[in-house]
Structures are given as structure tokens and as C-alpha cells.
Ligand binder design. Structure first.
Ligand code: NAD
Length: 730
């Protein structure tokens, strides 16, 4: 079985076709490189061949490198992985450079055979880097095709010549959104941007014609006197580009993503030297990124494991449970969002509230959301009508007949929820699964309102539903396999990422984020400078500091949670943060919604700086802690809770713990999630840090027994648990 094949035509054109057997899209593997090289060598050596076209046997050209391969590149690079990686990369560069030079005389640039790329559709990552090494790129006029270099989104950067070639082809300024943001274009957009050369009806025919007729194939950077478009970054004309790009990257990433910095270095340093040396520099920086545990962890959590969970890695073996008709109870903020994402994905929705106007308001929310989509040209008016026609807004429970799933999103009150549950179950069929979207109430408790608790489950959405990718599925004590499968199939239908956890206070995500918020507020009380708290969080990759997050979610919600937790925990409750929180609430500073919180806001609700009145009540201490100490307090508060959730059996799979943390509350994505981060620190160091944090700040940082044991045995989370608790290999 081969990924690349070649056919030599009577017209003198050798067509190399990329067609990986058994896959819907081509991806590059280490084994396929020598295949490609052998075919290129053969065609270049064959006198009957006048030109070469590289194309694909599929509807698309290629999706990029196989991410599983990239994730394991370091592991499989031998005893000296940096050297192994560098050698491997330089080998691939050699093949691409061979395509680019195509047998030309190194001194005179004479001779050589034209090589063109013919892209029938999508060309991403290495799927664009190979064409960039060719002499001309033709793409089919396929508006659905995506062309670009999205590597930065995975925590790496285009390291197979893409960075060096794109910058030399377009200039640093024009290439920067494509490289730094991974911006993708359709073929026409890619041509306009200067990434590809021609958009045609039949790219293979056009490429064949071109290779037989072109007079010159020398790349501009291989000619004497080449000047980078827009000026070289170190030249006064190009210099400002680089100042801007560095500032932008550091502003956006706070310097925590190694790939963005490495990319900038590769561009800048590469621009100072001839092309072949620039490729070597690019390979060095790419090796540097691959050696950094962040890139492997990001690929593992954000792509490989996220996809595995979406495809049902933890789905019980039960026949297809696809949802046809969903009943959404409560047309408030959450109910309206749930109705929207369900209808968008082809599911019939009955949206019920107590009063017709409340139900209508929920449907109107969907309508205004879709209208925004029309004005942004994301959907057509016909599509809007189609989606909206799937939603019936009513007060009549009879409309629920035939629903195979209910998602309840009424007020957070056991009594109200129990009554709704009972009334719904009177109407729907015996096999309808009932899900509650509660954020705090125990599922096992709520299931008591049902005679069929095995068909009762938690499906916990995050707000705003249409934006947040994570859905937490919570099993009550008696929840059965069919209910879990139903919830997973539903989440897949609405194209979100599921994690499945067991029932416990705050489930998983809220359980971990609350200690983060509390740690921030606790520091305010201790006199830590609020700006230090907020910036420490951002500098370690949290999207929002704990104080801003409290403002966003509202201070009265914090008060409510504090009171409920106190009621549930009794004497064990730690009330340290209450003084700050309750005082803020008394002052009417409820957060963003009241235009006043830990931050000040202007009349239009725009966030200004931190509120200076805070220090009058909680004065800033003269001596301030080290940045790392603040960062460790904020991160350990979260990750230790994640470890406890694993110990308690709430979390059953560390992959879910990592993916859920990044998608659910934005836990430092560069780290790959709490368990990946602890693995980077190493259990031994993490346990030591727990001890010193406990001495300095209290028992909440006590090292969990599991982590202590792992430290003693020299284990890592991914080494010990692999893909799930069941595979525990202690
Ligand atoms: P909301 O107050 O915006 O909406 C609740 C809706 O339920 C209201 O429209 C209300 O009229 C309706 N309702 C109340 N009693 C009803 C009944 N007996 N029959 C039919 N409808 C009834 O609240 P929300 O923010 O949408 O939250 C709903 C649920 O989702 C709660 O359980 C909440 O804990 C949970 N949740 C909220 C969030 C969030 O961020 N807001 C996130 C996750 C989960």
C-alpha cells in the first residue's frame, strides 16, 4: 500500500497522485516522505518526462500532518530527541528543496523541470507546504475548500518550509495573519492574498499545460538580488512590521505559547540569511517547539483526545440514540440557547415556559441570533426560516408527545424542578430520557422526582450555550447506560464536546473554577495588589483573572453559591472570602451587570481599570508576594481540585479532565489541562510545592494522597492512567 503513485503520460507529464488508502483525507506520515522522494527522483531522471504535476486522488488535497505522528515525534526521535527531530526535519526539507530546485544547475539556475501543484480542494498545513515548494499552484474553484497553515492553532507552527517560503513569497506583513493566526482562505481568497497562483475549473489540466509551456521556474529567492516583499524585517522599511508583530503576539498570548514566539524568531532570523540557512533556522525553532512539552500536550488534549471524546470514546455500547425531538423546559437564557443549538442541527424542538410570552421570548432570542447571522452573511434567510420552523414555543405540555429527550432548564430550585419533571413524565413516552441542566443540584436528588431514575441524567451546558464548546454529562447513582448514550449522541448532534462525570457537588468544571475565584478574592483580603493577582493569572495563560471572572459571572451569584455551600458543608465551610464578597454585594457592586465590581466600568458598560475603592476597605500590603507564588496559588487551587475529583471518582478519565478544563473554563490551554500541567511539573515537584503552599497558606493545598503516591513511585498521570481510570496501571 502506498500513499503516492506516479503515472507518466505520453504528453511528457508525470502526474504524482497522493491518495492515502483507507482515509477520507490525505495526511502526511513519516513513512510517506521517502515514497514521494523516490517518485520525484524517478521523474527528474527520466528524459521522457518534461514536467511534473503533484495532485490528489481525493476531493481534497490534504489535511496536513497526521497529528498522532506529531504528538509522538519527540518520543520516537531516539536517545537524543532534539537531534533526531532536527535530522528528520532536514530530511523533509531536502525533499521539498529537491522539488523546488527540480534539477536546476546550482550555479546558473538553468535546466530543471517545472513542477506544479494541482489542488482539487482543501490544502492545509503540510498539504500547503508541499505546493509552496512547487513552481506554481493551481486550485479548483471550490468555495468550500480551505487553504492555509493552521499549525499555530495546535501549538506548533508551519515547520516544513511553510514559514520561510510564505514570508519570502508575500512579505512578513502580509504573511502574518496567515502564520500567526492560522487564517484560512477559500481558493479565491488564497489567490488574492498571494498564497496560491491560479483558481481554475480543472486544476490538473491547467497544471499539465503550464508545466509543458513555462519558460522559467526559478523561485525569486533563488535569484540574485532577491528582496523580500514589503522589506526585510531588519530593514528600516520592514522594521515596524516586526515591532508590531512582536507586540501583537505578546499582547494576545502573554508570551505563554512557545510556538508563536518561535515562529517570530524563525521569521526574523531567517530573513537575515540566504534561503537554505533560513530553512535550517526554521527547523531549529520547530525542533525547539516540538521539544517543549506544551506542544505535545496541546495536540494531545485539543485535538487527539477532544476528537476521541466527540467520537464517543466513553460511550456505552448501546444502539444509536440520535435525538429526533427534544423538549426544552424553561425558555430563559439557557433554554433559549439549548433550543437554538438543537434546531440548528436539525432537531425538532418544543420550547416550554410558564407563560406564552416567556416561551415566545425564548424563540425570539433564537430569531435575533439568526438575524445577526444573516447580517454577517453566515446564513441565508431561507436557512433562518428552516431553523426557526423547527421550534414550537408553547405552554402546552401536550406538544411534548413524541419527544425522545427532555432538557430541563427552569429555575434552580428542587421543588420547581421536581414538579416540572413529574408533569413532563405524565405526557412523554416510556422511553424518553429526561435531562436536567442544573448547575449545582445533585442529579441523584433530582432523579427522585422520576419513577425511572435510570432514564434521568444531567446535561450541563455552559453559558452562552451557542458559544461554549463543552457539555458536562452527569450520571446520577441510578443513571443507566442508555441515558448516557442518549446524552452523548445528542451532544454529538449539536457538535459540542462531551465529558461524562459522576454526581458530586458542582460536578467537575464548577468544582475546579470556584477555588480559583476564591483564591483570587482571598488574596485581595490578604492585601495582595489586585493588579498582581489579575496579571499573574493572565501571564500563566488564564483567559480572565479571578476578579474579572467574578465580575463577569456576577458577585451575587458568588454570594448565592457561598451561602448554599455553607448550608451544605456546615462547620467544614471556610468563610475567608465571604467578607470581601458580601461587602461588595452590600455596596451594590455586583459585577459587570451593575456596571460596578472589582473593576470600574464606564456608562456604556466598558470595563476600565481595577476599582481603586477596593484598597480603602482592603489595604494593599507593603510587601508583595513573588509572581510565581501568586501563579502557583491560582493554578494549584484548580489542579488539586481536579486531582481530588479523580480520586473521588467524579472524573473517570484524565483526558476528560484536561479537555473539560480547557473548553469549560479556559484553563491555561498551553498546558494541555490540569493533569498535563502536573505531568510537566513532575509529581515529585508538584507534591513538594503542595507542602510549601500548605505551610504558607493552609490546608486547602494539602497534597492529595494520589499525587503523593505518584510522587513516591515516580509516576505521571498520563503514564499511570493513560486513557482512563479503568486502565490504571499502578
Ligand atoms: P432563567 O431564569 O434565565 O430561565 C429560567 C426559565 O424557566 C424562565 O424563563 C422561567 O420562566 C422558566 N420557568 C420557571 N419555572 C417554570 C416551570 N414550572 N415551567 C416552565 N418554565 C419555567 O435561568 P437560566 O439561567 O436559563 O438557568 C436555567 C437552569 O440552567 C438553572 O437550573 C441553572 O442553574 C442552569 N444553568 C445556568 C447557567 C447560567 O450560566 N445561567 C449555566 C448552566 C446551567
Amino acid at each position: 500500500m502506498t500513499d503516492f503513485t506516479m503515472e507518466k503520460g505520453a504528453d511528457g507529464v508525470a502526474v504524482i497522485t497522493w491518495d492515502v488508502p483507507g482515509r477520507s483525507m490525505n495526511v502526511m506520515t513519516m513513512e510517506a516522505w521517502p515514497e514521494l522522494e523516490a517518485l520525484v527522483d524517478d521523474a527528474l531522471a527520466d528524459e521522457a518526462v518534461k514536467g511534473i504535476v503533484i495532485t490528489s486522488g481525493k476531493e481534497t488535497f490534504a489535511g496536513g500532518m497526521d497529528l498522532n505522528v506529531i504528538a509522538k515525534m519527540k518520543e520516537s526521535a531516539g536517545d537524543d530527541p532534539a537531534k533526531g527531530l532536527m535530522d528528520g526535519l532536514m530530511g523533509a526539507h531536502g525533499i521539498l528543496r529537491k522539488i523546488e530546485r527540480a534539477g536546476m544547475d546550482p550555479k546558473t539556475n538553468k535546466g530543471g523541470k517545472p513542477i506544479a501543484a494541482a489542488l482539487p480542494g482543501t490544502a492545509l498545513g503540510i498539504g500547503l507546504e508541499i505546493p509552496l515548494a512547487c513552481h506554481r499552484i493551481f486550485a479548483a474553484d471550490n468555495p468550500k475548500a480551505k487553504i492555509g497553515l493552521p499549525e499555530i492553532m495546535v501549538g506548533i507552527f508551519p515547520g516544513m518550509g511553510g514559514t520561510t517560503r510564505l514570508v519570502r513569497k508575500m512579505g512578513a506583513m502580509a504573511a502574518s495573519p496567515l502564520l500567526l493566526q492560522g487564517k484560512l482562505n477559500d481558493p479565491k481568497g488564497a489567490m488574492k492574498a498571494g498564497v496560491i497562483d491560479e483558481v481554475v475549473d480543472d486544476p490538473l489540466a491547467a497544471a499539465k499545460e503550464w508545466v509543458l509551456s513555462t519558460p522559467s521556474i526559478v523561485k525569486p529567492w533563488d535569484e540574485k538580488g532577491y528582496k523580500m516583499p514589503g522589506g526585510a524585517p531588519y530593514h528600516p522599511a520592514g522594521f515596524m512590521t516586526f515591532v508590531g508583530a512582536s507586540a501583537m503576539v505578546n499582547g494576545n498570548t502573554m508570551g505563554v505559547y512557545p510556538a508563536a514566539k518561535a515562529l517570530l524568531s524563525a521569521v526574523y532570523e531567517g530573513a537575515l540569511v540566504p534561503f537554505d540557512t533560513a530553512l535550517k533556522i526554521e527547523a531549529r525553532w520547530f525542533t525547539n517547539v516540538l521539544m517543549n512539552p506544551s506542544s505535545t500536550a496541546m495536540i494531545r488534549s485539543l485535538f487527539i483526545n477532544k476528537e476521541a471524546l466527540e467520537k464517543g470514546a466513553n460511550r456505552p455500547d448501546v444502539p444509536d440514540q440520535k435525538v429526533k425531538k427534544v423538549g426544552v423546559m424553561g425558555a430563559g437564557m439557557m433554554g433559549a440557547g439549548i433550543a437554538l443549538v438543537s434546531a440548528q442541527n436539525g432537531i425538532e424542538v418544543v420550547l416550554i415556559d410558564q407563560k406564552q410570552e416567556a416561551a415566545d421570548k425564548g424563540r425570539a432570542y433564537v430569531e435575533s441570533y439568526l438575524d445577526k447571522g444573516i447580517s454577517r452573511k453566515k446564513i441565508t434567510p431561507e436557512k433562518k426560516d428552516e431553523i426557526l420552523s423547527r421550534i414550537t414555543a408553547t405552554t402546552e405540555y401536550d406538544a411534548l408527545k413524541g419527544a425522545d429527550l427532555i432538557v430541563e432548564a427552569v429555575f434552580e430550585d428542587v421543588g420547581v424542578k421536581a414538579e416540572v419533571t413529574k408533569n413532563v413524565l405524565k405526557v412523554v413516552g416510556d422511553d424518553c430520557i429526561f435531562a436536567t441542566n442544573t448547575s449545582t443540584l445533585p442529579i441523584t436528588e433530582l432523579a427522585k422526582a422520576s419513577d425511572t431514575p435510570e432514564q434521568f441524567i444531567g446535561i450541563h451546558f455552559f453559558s452562552p450555550v451557542e458559544k461554549m464548546a463543552l457539555v458536562e454529562i452527569i450520571k446520577g447513582k441510578e443513571t443507566g447506560d442508555r441515558a448516557v448514550a442518549k446524552a452523548l449522541d445528542y451532544v454529538r448532534q449539536i457538535r459540542k464536546t462531551p465529558i461524562v462525570v459522576n454526581d458530586a457537588r458542582f460536578f467537575y468544571a464548577n468544582r475546579c473554577i470556584i477555588p480559583y475565584i476564591n483564591e483570587g478574592i482571598r488574596m485581595v483580603k490578604e492585601g495582595v495588589e489586585p493588579a498582581l493577582i489579575e496579571n499573574a493569572a493572565k501571564l500563566v495563560g488564564m483567559p480572565l483573572g479571578p476578579l474579572q471572572l467574578t465580575d463577569e459571572t456576577s458577585i451575587d451569584l458568588g454570594v448565592k453559591i457561598a451561602k448554599a455551600t455553607k448550608a451544605a458543608m456546615g462547620d467544614a465551610y471556610d468563610d475567608t472570602t465571604d467578607e470581601v464578597l458580601f461587602w461588595m454585594a452590600d455596596e451594590g457592586r455586583l459585577g459587570r451587570k451593575s456596571n460596578a465590581g472589582f473593576y470600574a466600568y464606564d456608562d456604556k458598560g466598558k470595563r476600565q481599570g481595577l476599582w481603586d475603592g477596593l484598597s480603602e476597605k482592603f489595604p494593599v500590603a507593603e510587601e508583595q508576594p513573588e509572581l510565581t507564588e501568586v501563579q502557583h496559588r491560582l493554578l494549584f487551587a484548580q489542579v488539586l481540585e481536579a486531582v481530588r475529583a479523580l480520586e473521588d471518582g467524579v472524573l473517570m478519565d484524565i483526558r476528560e479532565g484536561d479537555v473539560g478544563a480547557i473548553l469549560g473554563w479556559g484553563f491555561a490551554p498551553w498546558s494541555g489541562g490540569p493533569f498535563s500541567w502536573l505531568d510537566m511539573l513532575g509529581a515529585e515537584y508538584a507534591a513538594e510545592r503542595c507542602d510549601s503552599l500548605t505551610d504558607a497558606h493552609g490546608e486547602r493545598f494539602a497534597c492529595p494522597a494520589l499525587l503523593r503516591e505518584m510522587a513516591e513511585k515516580g509516576q505521571s498521570f498520563y503514564g499511570r492512567f493513560g486513557t482512563g481510570v479503568d486502565s490504571k496501571a499502578a
